[in-house]
Design a binder for this molecule. Structure first.
Ligand SMILES: Nc1ncnc2c1ncn2[C@@H]1O[C@H](COP(=O)(O)OP(=O)(O)O)[C@@H](O)[C@H]1O
Ligand SMILES: [Mg+2]
Length: 370
């Protein structure tokens, strides 16, 4: 089995007057685990259905290894889909469900027996062939659906929120299994989800979608660490987000930004900007340190502010602090509970605290000239 390269070129889709897909272009590499991530209703399923051949684009092209797919019927494309609902045949055994696409092709029985067994092993259900779908758990049913989608050896597997019907713990487990299935067969996976944790944890690359447009494509690290727009910063994880004005351009790609009711902070400057520009700054809560003591040994690359704990949420492995600066502006700070050898004081509600972070961790997601 071998993966295909998938190219989406300037695809547009209208349902009546409704513009659902807006000039989308993507290049998905052979064998890549590629995710389409975006909120419900942003057009992910529609885009997947265009690749699968269930939907025709209003304009644009979808190519597989450079070959135009649009004139080719869905069942003739080397592409298969796993849906959120397992869509298994309830009256057929697990074995017959997986064998179904081969029976349609009139594959000889001996070949079917070996191949179905091989794919049941791949999805870790080697002994469940005789059961009916109703006798399986949700996770097992989804594995049968995956085996059935793979049995015809497609070069691209499309997965449309395949885990969303499972509970959180099983979802984690199935994600790891999906990843190892992907490693084992090496074909291209296009994985649709609205869950950023899912997309970040298994993908080679992620395309973030909003209202029919691709807003950023990157590795999970790039998407999380350097979101290119305010939408991406908000959609991918929790973040702090402030408006401000550039007051000074500093060396080493830094700038000083005045945040109303906070004061000046130093931020990373990875976009062109000038003094006087309005900017939006974001800082991830886990990048900020918190203590009841002022840090006296920080160099000039750090920002340090004083505030008060306005709210405190204990969640086992970490606590979330909402720290109010100047009685006005709230900073979210996440603190992992690691106290093996330090004797740091516990931080309580209403405590006066100091928060600090490296300037690299505060960066600009939007610049507006005056
Ligand atoms: N066949 C259709 N006719 C009209 N509107 C549709 C059709 N399919 C989807 N839509 C609309 O297009 C938008 C995008 O839908 P969809 O691609 O399913 O989004 P997602 O998978 O990201 O949740 C939604 O507003 C949806 O209601
Ligand atoms: Mg959908």
């Amino acid at each position: 089995m071998k993966g295909s390269q998938v190219t989406i070129k300037n695809v547009e889709k209208y349902f009546g007057d409704f513009h659902v897909i807006k000039n989308v272009s993507l290049e998905i590499n052979k064998g890549e685990f590629y995710s389409l991530l975006g909120p419900s209703g942003c057009g992910k399923t529609t885009l997947l259905r265009i690749i699968a051949g269930f939907e025709e684009p209003t304009a644009g092209a979808a190519l597989l290894d450079g070959r135009d797919m649009i004139p080719i019927a869905a069942n003739r494309r080397p592409v298969n889909t796993v849906f959120q609902t397992y869509a298994l045949f309830p009256h057929m055994t697990v074995f017959e469900n997986v064998a179904f696409p081969l029976r349609l092709k009139k594959t000889p029985n001996g070949v079917i027996r070996d191949k179905v067994q091989r794919f049941l092993e791949l999805v870790k259900l080697p002994n469940e062939g005789k059961k009916l779908p109703a006798q399986l758990s949700g996770g097992q049913k989804q594995r049968v659906a995956i085996a059935r989608a793979l049995i015809n050896e497609p070069s691209v597997l499309l997965l449309d929120e395949p885990l969303s019907a499972l509970d959180a713990k099983l979802r984690q487990h199935m994600l790891i299994e999906l990843d190892s299935i992907h490693d084992a067969i090496g074909i291209t996976f296009i994985y649709v989800t609205h869950d950023q944790q899912e997309a970040l944890s298994v993908s080679d690359r992620v395309a973030v979608m909003n209202e029919g447009e691709i807003v950023q494509v990157g590795t999970p690290f790039e998407i999380y660490e350097s979101p290119s727009t305010p939408f991406v910063a908000h959609f991918i994880g929790e973040t702090n987000y402030f408006g401000g004005k550039v007051t000074e351009i500093l060396e080493e790609n830094r700038a000083r930004v005045e945040i109303p009711d906070v004061g000046p902070i130093i931020v990373d400057r990875d976009k062109p900007m000038s003094v006087g520009d309005s900017v939006k700054v974001t800082i991830r809560p886990e990048k900020i340190r918190i203590s009841t003591e002022r840090h006296k040994a920080l160099d000039d690359r750090f920002n340090q502010l004083e505030g008060e704990v306005d709210e405190l949420i204990y969640s086992g492995f970490q606590s979330k602090f909402f720290v109010k600066v100047n009685d006005r502006v709230v900073f979210r700070v996440f603190k992992q509970h690691v106290r093996f050898f330090t004797d740091e004081k516990a931080i309580n509600w209403k405590d006066k605290v100091y928060i600090w972070w490296h300037d690299n961790d505060s960066f600009i997601v939007e610049v507006e000239e005056p």
